[in-house]
Design a binder for this molecule. Structure first.
Ligand SMILES: CC(C)(COP(=O)(O)OP(=O)(O)OC[C@H]1O[C@@H](n2cnc3c(N)ncnc32)[C@H](O)[C@@H]1OP(=O)(O)O)[C@@H](O)C(=O)NCCC(=O)NCCS
Length: 166
């Protein structure tokens, strides 16, 4: 299996745009902000997210975040988000990392691969311990976190909070 995690690029095109349209706007607490955008808005969507990864024009209450696309055997299957550090909101909900797969790619084990690859990126930017949160009824995500070494801290407002040492 050929696995590639590619950071969002200003050169991204149709493949990424179509995936954003296929992925639900929200699923189990994972937000796809690309769901609503039109083809005309796609380049500004890329620019905003690219800038956010560089710490430019960050919205109040947000932190720098890099977005990634997971490719398996050359096919795009999901989205990953890496927050560069935590703030009070992310400590309660969201943590360092978010991930979601295209509905047709769920249930094939790609979730664990996606998180594994995102954790490598987190380590590269100096995160020592990654916080992961997931809804208590999201069994697949809970398992994906535990498979990647998650140690449960607690349950806060119906969400598990896990730490993964890097
Ligand atoms: C969460 C998500 C990334 C998981 O990825 P996935 O590749 O579909 O996960 P898998 O199919 O490999 O399932 C992971 C584990 O959960 C188990 N599982 C799946 N559905 C289950 C269910 N209803 N009950 C019990 N176990 C279940 C699988 O058997 C697997 O167990 P294993 O690791 O012991 O084999 C994916 O489901 C997804 O994108 N969901 C929507 C967005 C989302 O929830 N994001 C996370 C927000 S925290």
């Amino acid at each position: 299996m050929d696995i590639e995690l590619r950071a969002l690029s200003l050169k991204d095109g149709e493949v990424v745009f179509n995936m954003l349209k296929e992925m639900p706007a929200v699923s189990n607490g994972f937000y796809n902000t690309g769901y609503e955008i039109s083809r005309e808005e796609f380049s500004s969507y890329l620019m905003e997210n690219y800038n956010c990864s560089k710490g430019i024009d960050i919205k109040k209450g947000y932190v720098p975040q890099t977005m990634y696309w997971l490719y398996v055997d050359g096919k795009i299957v999901g989205i990953g988000k890496l927050r560069h550090y935590l703030n009070d909101n992310l400590r309660k909900e969201g943590g360092h990392i978010g991930y979601g797969l295209l509905p047709k790619e769920i249930g094939k084990g790609y979730g664990s691969i996606l998180l594994r690859e995102l954790l490598k990126e987190a380590k590269k930017i100096g995160v020592k311990e990654a916080l992961l949160t997931c809804n208590t009824d999201n069994i697949p995500s809970k398992k994906v976190i535990e498979r990647n070494g998650g140690k449960l801290q607690d349950i806060f407002e119906d969400k598990y909070r896990y730490w993964i040492e890097l």
